[in-house]
Design a protein around this ligand. Structure first.
Ligand SMILES: NC(=O)c1ccc[n+]([C@@H]2O[C@H](COP(=O)([O-])OP(=O)(O)OC[C@H]3O[C@@H](n4cnc5c(N)ncnc54)[C@H](O)[C@@H]3O)[C@@H](O)[C@H]2O)c1
Length: 464
């Protein structure tokens, strides 16, 4: 790790987890003019990044109609076909709740401004582009007095993490409500488990394990740029392949486990070291992979009290699939996510091996709120309509920093502390707020079409 960094922010400044769902305002108690949208009736929503998750999030937002009037009124993407597909999909399901005439469908990097300009203070903007654009869009939303839902992860490097924490303070100071798509925290069974773990049901937490191991998915592995669209737009469309765009597959795929396990512990780890590598260098049809990811990661996180958290990730077909999280304490253990990123039921067991016979508690589905993607919107809307403090950005950034710290540790082959990661000087998408469709991408290919990759032990103070 580089020694030349500006220790502007210490981990202790930010690691004050509350164990509550929404981190409260950093300026709690300060009296400032608030934006309270519920007064104005219908909440209009703009969607920035009309891809898979954006389409889903817009649908989740519109499904809160039972609690108050909402309409989708503007949409933005950098690809017209993606926007149109998203529009048709949402329109088909939600009909009149979708009112996005052609002149409210914006294409391009500046589309977010037009869309947000078309809203009124207290409306809502959904930020579901790849994470690199998050701070740019969040900053403008705050200027416009808009409530925000943004997808995870929220940062991939030190400078943007510090910037987002500052922006979070600005949002809270304006009374804006901000949700982050770490939906595990809105899964009712994980909330129930969290309470039990805090109440001592498994004793002191000593060890946690997260496994996300499956075949290649999404755009984590890429063969060479085909020559169109532009190299920048192509990288955006394959954002899991590029660390500047997504934090790579480590940040994008593992953040749910990292976030909800640290939540169970009510702390963020102080340091990490990690292993990883790229075993397979070509696609099944023999084309070289050109992206920046490892295909396997094993990261050991350490907490201040010495407790450990092991995060194993793998994208290999044919290898043993494992996709769940476990929490071990001095008096027993818990299954948090039984499968996938968050799915239940969660359970608590006497002893360290989970069996039916030693199970002392299992979460129930009777609360009737089984979809955390809907719950996170109901929780955000409740805060907006009833003017309750609500800002998930601080823990969204902290979870993102813990991802980056593990990824950086594996990529450099060095131990990386939380403070080093948060204060790291390298920004991966410099000047992104000024990009146009013709801008060059932050990483360019070599003569073989390949992008710079991590080389642990050789590139020790930078990731690639
Ligand atoms: N919480 C979850 O479970 C979950 C699930 C999936 C994705 N996500 C997150 O949602 C985000 C989007 O993922 P996705 O799977 O929907 O990807 P996607 O590629 O399907 O969608 C992203 C969209 O954003 C558009 N876009 C990119 N840059 C833009 C810009 N500057 N302005 C406007 N539009 C832009 C892209 O063209 C694309 O249509 C990622 O951060 C991802 O990690 C979260």
């Amino acid at each position: 790790m580089s020694k030349e960094r500006n220790p502007v922010t210490s981990r202790r400044d930010f690691i004050k987890t509350t164990g509550t769902i929404a981190a409260t305002s950093a300026l709690a108690g300060v009296i400032l003019p608030h934006v309270h949208a519920a007064e104005s009736g219908t909440l209009q929503i703009a969607l920035i990044g009309a891809g898979g998750r954006g389409t889903g999030a817009a649908g989740n937002a519109l499904s809160t109609i039972k609690k108050g009037p909402v309409t989708l009124s503007a949409m933005v993407d950098v690809f017209e076909d993606r926007l149109e597909l998203s529009y048709q999909t949402i329109k088909k399901e939600f009909g009149d709740l979708v009112d996005v005439p052609k002149d409210k469908r914006f294409i391009g990097f500046d589309g977010y401004k037009h869309a947000m300009d078309s809203l009124k203070r207290g409306d809502i903007v959904i930020l579901t582009t790849p994470l690199a654009f998050r701070w740019v869009h969040f900053k403008y939303a705050i200027e416009k007095g808009l409530n925000v839902f943004m997808e995870k992860p929220v940062t991939a490097d030190g400078p943007t993490s510090r910037r987002m924490l500052e922006l979070a303070k600005d949002a809270s100071a304006k009374g804006l409500k901000v949700g982050v798509g770490l939906m595990s925290r809105h899964a009712r069974h994980l909330q129930d488990l969290h309470k039990r773990v805090q109440d001592g049901a498994i004793g002191d937490v000593l060890l946690m394990r997260g496994y996300r191991m499956h075949g290649p998915v999404a755009s984590a592995f890429s063969t060479r740029w085909p020559g169109k669209p532009s190299e920048l737009l192509w990288q955006i469309s394959r954002f899991h392949s590029f660390i500047w765009a997504s934090g790579g597959c480590y940040s994008d795929f593992y953040i749910h486990h990292i976030d909800h396990l640290c939540w169970m512990k009510n702390a963020w780890p102080v340091k990490a070291h990690g292993l990883g590598g790229r075993h397979y260098r070509t696609s099944p049809d023999g084309e070289p992979w050109v992206d920046q990811n490892f295909d396997s990661y094993a990261v050991e996180y350490t907490f201040e009290d010495g407790a450990k958290f092991y995060m194993d990730g793998r994208c290999n077909s044919g290898a043993l699939p494992m996709y769940f999280t476990h929490v071990h304490g001095t008096k027993g253990m818990a299954i948090a996510a039984r499968h996938g990123d968050y799915s239940g039921p969660s359970s608590i067991h006497n002893g360290q091996v989970p069996t039916r016979s030693n199970m002392s508690w299992q979460s129930k589905v009777e609360r009737g709120e089984n979809d955390p993607y809907v719950n996170e919107w109901n929780d955000l809307m409740d805060a907006i309509r009833n003017d309750k403090p609500y800002n998930e950005v601080p823990f969204g950034v902290q979870a993102s920093v813990v991802c980056s710290m593990g990824r950086m540790a594996a990529h450099t082959g060095q131990e990386v502390t939380y403070d080093e990661m948060l204060n790291h000087p390298i920004e991966y998408a410099l000047g992104i707020d000024k990009w146009t469709m013709d801008s060059p991408p932050p990483v360019t290919h070599d003569k073989d079409g390949k992008y710079p990759v991590p080389m642990p032990g050789f590139k020790n103070d930078r990731e690639f």
